[in-house]
Design a protein around this ligand. Structure first.
Ligand SMILES: [Zn+2]
Ligand SMILES: [Zn+2]
Length: 196
């Protein structure tokens, strides 16, 4: 009988039911949703936040449902509360999608805070920062004196990084992740020394 039901059902709906009822609901579904709705850089922190929130819910919700049942005499209110929260979550996802569709910037040039070779600070409005197409970032000194305008990681050209206007930096903050890989410059410098 179940087979007959599944035959008539859209395979995507069947998939949703299988994942939703099974362990995928807590294990794989959040990751799939986050992968769709957030950038790769945000993935780890968003999934961690979901896991932490889940643990709090797992710990306290059964007791809360019990209190609601005792207060109202049935599980109706508890069930309604859960349904309401689920509907709210779906609404939030739909709202976010609307905003993304309205052209909100979700990814932008990564403005790294420092030179990969000498670890000098490069602020987001600096005119002394140089990048390759992979956003490897160097200061002007390292770019011109050591690297000769070529990225030591990808061998692509280094060009001056456009400054982000100060008034945009609050809403579109620069990266805070310092990349320090002096080996790249050391290798290029050593190769230049050995050249006749
Ligand atoms: Zn440098
Ligand atoms: Zn590069």
């Amino acid at each position: 009988m179940l087979g007959g039901v599944v035959d008539r059902m859209d395979v995507r709906v069947a998939g949703c039911i299988v994942v939703g009822l099974g362990v995928g609901n807590t294990v794989s579904l959040p990751g799939l949703l986050v992968g769709r709705e957030f950038s790769r850089a945000q993935f780890a922190s968003v999934v961690s936040l979901i896991t932490a929130t889940n643990q709090v819910a797992f710990a306290f919700t059964p007791a809360l449902m019990g209190i609601l049942r005792d207060a109202t005499g049935s599980y109706g209110a508890a069930l309604a509360l859960c349904l309401g929260l689920d509907a709210m979550a779906a609404g939030v996802v739909m709202m976010g999608r609307g905003r993304a569709a309205a052209g909100e910037v979700t990814s932008m040039l990564q403005l790294r805070p420092s030179c990969e070779c000498c670890d000098r600070n490069l602020d987001p409005s600096s005119r002394e920062a140089f990048i390759c197409s992979f956003e490897c970032t160097f200061c002007r000194d390292c770019t011109e004196r050591i690297l000769g305008g070529t990225c030591p990681n990808c061998r692509g050209e280094l060009v001056r990084r456009p400054a982000r206007p100060v008034e945009k930096q609050a809403k579109f903050p620069p990266s805070t992740e310092r990349v320090f890989k002096p080996e790249g410059c050391q290798r290029v410098a050593a190769a230049a020394e050995h050249r006749p």
